[in-house]
Each structure stands twice: as C-alpha cells, then as structure tokens.
Design a protein around this ligand. Structure first.
Ligand code: MTE
Ligand code: MO
Length: 493
C-alpha cells in the first residue's frame, strides 16, 4: 500500500502541477461535507483540520491495505477489488477537480499497478508455503525484510518525485505571485447575455476553458527564464525577455478560441478576455523580408505551427498573450506567453509556451498538424450550435425556448435561424458582442405539438454567407453542417 501511495505521489509531483490523489480526495471530502458539519469539526480541531483529514485518509487507506493483505491469503481477486475501489475513489476525486484533464488520472493508474505488482510479489511465497509450518517463520522473516526494502524504496521514490517536481511547483508559485501592470479584468459586457439558462456563458471561466495539447507533462517555464526569439526572413533579429515583452504597450480584447477538431455542436471553443502585446508591432520592429509569407511558431515542448503573416500584420489583434480573463495565463493554457490570433483555429495559430518565431515561407516548413493530414490554412468556419434544449430531452407542448451560440470570427454574425422539422427558417434574437471576434448568444421561442421534433440551427455572417448544411468531418480544416437535435414534446413535462 505504501509503495503504491509513493509511486502515485511521485508521478503526480513529477508529471503534473497538481497535488497527489490523496490531496484530491481530501479536497473532494471538504467540498461535499455539509457546511454545519464542517464548521463543528473545524471548531473542534482548528487549524489542524486539513492535516488531520489527510492523516485520516492515509490511515484509512493503510487499513484497506491490511484488509487487502489478509484477503490475499485466500484469493487473488478479492484484494484486487479493494485496490480497484480505492483507485476508483482516487480517480473520481482527481477528475472532479476544477480544470482537471485526463493526464491527471495517471498517478492513480501508476499507484494501482504498483499495488497489484507489489502485493503479488510479497504474498506469493507466503501463499505457497502455507502448508509447511516449519518453513513459516523463515518465510515470515523473508517477507518482513522484503517488505522493509520495498518500504525504503517507497520513501526514495516519493522523495525523488518531490525533487523532480519542485521546479513545476515553483513555476506555479511564480505565477501566483506575478503582477502584470495594466492587465484589467472587466466583467462581460451586460448585453452579451441572452438570458436563457442552459446556454454556455458568453465568457468562459479559465477553469472551464477547453484544453488541447500534445504534451503529456506541460512545460513549466519561469517567466524570468522565458525568451522569444524572432528570426529568419527579418532585417533585425530580436530576442525578447518576459520583462521586455510586458514593458511594451498592452492590448486587451475579447476573443473566441476555436479548435479545428470541434465537431458540429461541440464544445471545443471558448471565449475569454485576453491581454497581450500586438504581434504586428513586434514584426514592424524586426522588419519583414517581402518574400516571407508565414511564421513558424515553436513551443517550448517542441510543438509547432505555421501562421500566415497576413493574419499577424493586419488590423486584427493577433497577440502574444500573457493573461487570460485578467489573470496570468494558467500553466496548462501556455504560461507565461502564448499566441492568440482571432479568426484562426488553434492548431495553426494559438501556440502555448511559445519560445520561437521563425519568419519564413509556407513552402519551406512542415508543422505538427499539417504533417498529419490537416490543412495548411485554418480560418475558423462560420458555426452555430443549440445548447438549450439538450438533444433527447423532453419538453412541454407549446412554447419552447431554444438558444445557443454562433460565431463567424472577424466578420461577425448577422443572423441566426432555427427550423423545426425541416420547416421554414425562423429568425432568432441575438445578444450583442463587443467585436466580431467573439461568439454571440442567441435565443428564440418555437411552438411544438405533442410528439418527436427535430430542431436545427444555421447562422449567416455579416458578409451574407449562409452556413452550409453539407456535413463534413473535422479533418482536414474544420467541420461543417447544421447542428440538429431531437426533442419530444409531452403534455406532462
Ligand atoms: N504547445 C502547444 N500549443 C498548442 C497546442 C499544442 O498541442 N501544443 N494545441 C493547439 C490547439 S490544436 C488548440 S485548439 C489550442 C487550444 O488552446 P487551449 O488548450 O488553451 O484551449 O492550442 C494550440 N496550441
Ligand atoms: Mo485544436
């Protein structure tokens, strides 16, 4: 049990910026404990509440280890069930943490596999020698010795994990202490809300913002160690430190970020208040060779993408962003600096942990996703989705509120329309947006008779382009098609 806790702790420390699964369980318990109960307990033990909780969990887990050990005398399967239940609890606690990602489950898996392996290694000799009483005391000594060695190894593993992870935790602390002059945190403009419950909020909180990256362990970069080198087809190469960057003119803007892998109706899209430095200004400083047509951006983790120069030099706010929703970038979202280009999918533009800009030509470069069959150019396609009602939901007969979001970045949405059962397109009411680079909430009321109905949505942009109903897959340059849902109108509901 101890060895499994140690490997799981070491994995969490070394690979993620999160605490160990035991701490996640403690946090979950705190979250689900009713207020009055928690208050009474805290009055009882005061400041010791959290250490005692962790100690309690560890004692419980150790007791379960003893139970698994006893069970292992008679059965191979039963102790496995004990480990499985514990791993499921730990896994659940880890995954319900705000901002959790799939990788956070890895420490739990490592601990689970360790439990299985170590218990079977320790218990096997004891099980086979059970019927030879004269051997038992010797076997027992061997068992205790081996268990002791494993125990010491566990302490070593946990310690090593802490040392490896110290850098990561230090970066988290640097981020917490970082003050960025000029970064503001305005509330979402009031008229951006359509006021229909169930529609995703217009401003996406950092913890709910979708995460896409190829890195297993996300880069941990101290702001003071960060540099960006701008080179290639330029007149004057430039290497910027973090202080160089943030001492420049700051630009802030509401921008919606889209993933090319977002299926029709999907949620790999979010809208935030970004603060950063305009890339166009930096490129003016370095001077561009007229033969250049793109920038090959590279992340500290080696991921790269090629972005058309035209989108980095025109009047849109293509940014080297340092803050998201008024806070330094969360580490998983690219701390300390990432790129944000309104109107382009993330895979061709939104480099997190960006450290290198090579001004070059598309014909000269191969980028991570374009080498894997995705399109070289990735402008965001016009899209709309229905958030309310949910597909498959029962709704009352009569008036039903329908609502969702739509976007046509850098052009803007002119109208959104809904059709019931393939009938006439009915115009929805639109909320407002501060600019054309964000999504817009929409809603309307439709009238439904009893029975099954199909609702679909389409958007029309300010250039008059109608969103196509032709269904296309996300590969190679983004999905198309109308988001269509099915609901049942009933008298009872
Ligand atoms: N370093 C790095 N940056 C990256 C990626 C990545 O895999 N590695 N993925 C890109 C993709 S495909 C998208 S959609 C956005 C997602 O940004 P987010 O995770 O902050 O939402 O980041 C982009 N930047
Ligand atoms: Mo993406």
């Amino acid at each position: 049990m101890v060895v499994g806790l140690a490997t799981s702790y070491a994995t969490a420390m070394a690979l993620t910026i999160r605490e160990s699964p035991v701490v996640a369980v403690a946090e979950l318990i705190i979250r689900i404990t009713p207020g009055p109960v928690a208050e009474r307990l805290i009055r009882l033990v005061g400041q010791l509440d959290k250490p005692l909780l962790i100690l309690g969990i560890l004692l419980f887990v150790l007791a379960m280890g003893a139970v698994a050990g006893v069970l292992a005398r008679r059965s191979v399967l039963k102790p496995m069930l004990v480990w499985l239940v514990l791993a499921a609890l730990g896994g659940t606690a880890v995954l319900v943490q705000p901002g959790a990602s799939v990788i956070d489950i890895l420490p739990v898996l490592v601990g689970f596999v360790t439990w299985l392996a170590v218990l079977s290694a320790l218990a096997k000799p004891l099980v086979t020698e059970r019927h030879h009483p004269e051997l038992e005391s010797r076997e027992r000594r061997v068992f205790l010795m081996v268990a002791g060695v494993f125990g010491l190894a566990a302490i070593g593993i946990a310690g090593a994990g802490r040392v490896v992870g110290r850098g990561r935790r230090h970066v988290a602390e640097s981020r917490r202490l970082l003050r960025l002059d000029g970064v503001t945190r305005p509330p979402a403009p009031a008229n951006t809300a359509i006021g229909l419950p169930g529609v995703a909020p217009w401003q996406t909180p950092n913890d709910d913002f979708y995460l896409i990256h190829t890195a297993i362990s996300v880069p941990a970069i101290e702001p003071m160690d960060w540099t960006l080198r701008i080179h290639g087809l330029v007149d004057r190469e430039l290497t910027l430190t973090f202080n160089d960057l943030v001492s420049r003119q700051l630009t802030e803007s509401w921008i919606t970020l889209n993933c090319v892998s977002n299926p029709v109706g999907g949620d790999l899209v979010g809208n935030a208040w970004w603060s950063g430095i305009r890339i166009a200004d930096l490129l003016e400083e370095v001077g561009l060779d007229p033969s250049a047509d793109c920038i090959l951006q590279t992340s500290e983790d080696g991921w790269n993408c090629a972005t058309p120069l035209s989108t980095l030099t025109d009047d849109r706010n293509a940014l080297l962003a340092v803050a998201m929703n008024g806070k330094p970038l969360p580490i998983e979202h690219g701390f300390p600096v990432r790129t944000i280009v309104p109107g382009l999918y993330g895979y061709v533009s939104a480099t997190k942990w960006v450290v290198d800009f090579e001004v070059t030509r598309f014909s000269e470069v191969a980028a991570f996703w374009t080498e894997r069959g995705w399109s070289e150019q990735g402008p965001v396609k016009i899209a709309s989705r229905i958030d309310v009602p949910r597909s498959g939901e029962d709704v009352p007969v009569g008036d039903v509120n329908v609502g969702g979001l739509a976007w046509a970045q850098h052009i803007g949405i002119a109208s959104v329309e809904v059709a019931v059962d393939g009938g006439a397109w009915q115009p929805a009411e639109l909320a407002r947006t501060p600019n054309a680079d964000t999504w817009v909430q929409w809603a309307l009321t439709v009238s439904l008779d009893e029975g099954e109905h199909e609702l679909r949505v389409r958007a029309i942009d300010k250039d008059g382009l109608e969103q196509t109903g032709v269904r296309r897959d996300v590969v190679p340059d983004g999905a198309t098609g109308w988001h269509t849902i099915e609901v049942r109108a009933t008298q009872e509901s």
